[in-house]
Write a protein that binds this ligand. Structure first.
Ligand code: 2DT
Length: 211
């Protein structure tokens, strides 16, 4: 099988603007990997199931108001509260396909005007992804895909700023995939990227984000 054979799992993160196709591609990738016999799980941030996640969820729905720095730290805390479980899953051989991570944390908060270095600081020490796949879409075209929902950040002008900040976060672990390619083409690219990452990360220890 394509299982882990005693090795560690890979931390694979998908990032992108709202309506970039991230969430459906995560699901497709996960079922492909499971079908191939890989030990894999799908995660997403924010994880709305925890009590911190519930505060985030009500903020996003505009049901509560929070200071920009306060909500930033709650998003970060929501990753920190999952860090130990994430580490043990990876070390025991489970690959995690994660819909949004620290890059969303920094890009969305910086788009509100917060200092980017301040935004990065609380992310340091979280587990560094082995691979970040950025699904690249233009905000205007993304909005045409059935439009944004009613959540707080789903506005074109704001999404443009988020895209600029995502751009400045790109590093050697990033692969940019055109989110407007046909769905099957995107899917195939993600399969190739993820399976090579799972193989290639075997010799590498887990590391932490150090921004
Ligand atoms: P979903 O629509 O994918 O559930 O995201 N966000 C997300 C932040 O502002 N900071 C973060 O750290 C994360 C993970 C992006 C909900 C919205 O929350 C934003 C969109």
């Amino acid at each position: 099988t394509g299982g882990s054979k005693g090795g560690r799992g890979a931390l694979v993160v998908l990032e992108g603007l709202d309506r970039s196709g991230k969430t459906s591609q995560c699901a497709r990738l996960l079922s492909f990997l499971k079908g191939k016999g890989y030990n894999a799980e799908g995660w997403r941030f924010p994880d709305r199931a925890t009590s911190v996640g519930q505060m985030i969820s009500s903020y996003l729905a505009n049901d509560s108001q929070l200071d920009d720095r306060t909500i930033h730290l709650l998003f970060s805390a929501n990753r920190w509260e999952k860090r130990a479980l994430m580490e043990s899953k990876l070390l025991s051989g489970t690959t995690l396909i994660v819909d949004r991570y620290s890059y969303s944390g920094v890009a969305f908060s910086a788009a509100k005007g917060l200092d980017i270095e301040w935004c990065k600081a609380p992310e340091n020490g979280l587990i560094a992804p082995d691979l970040v796949i950025y699904l690249d879409v233009q905000p205007e075209k993304a909005a045409e895909r059935g439009g944004y929902g009613g959540e707080r950040y789903e506005k074109i002008e704001f999404q443009k700023k988020v895209a600029e900040h995502y751009h400045s976060l790109r590093d050697s672990t990033w692969k940019v995939v055109d989110g407007f390619l046909p769905m099957e083409t995107v899917e195939e690219k993600l399969r190739d990227l993820a399976t090579s990452c799972i193989q290639d990360c075997q010799g590498n220890p887990l590391t932490n984000l150090a921004w």
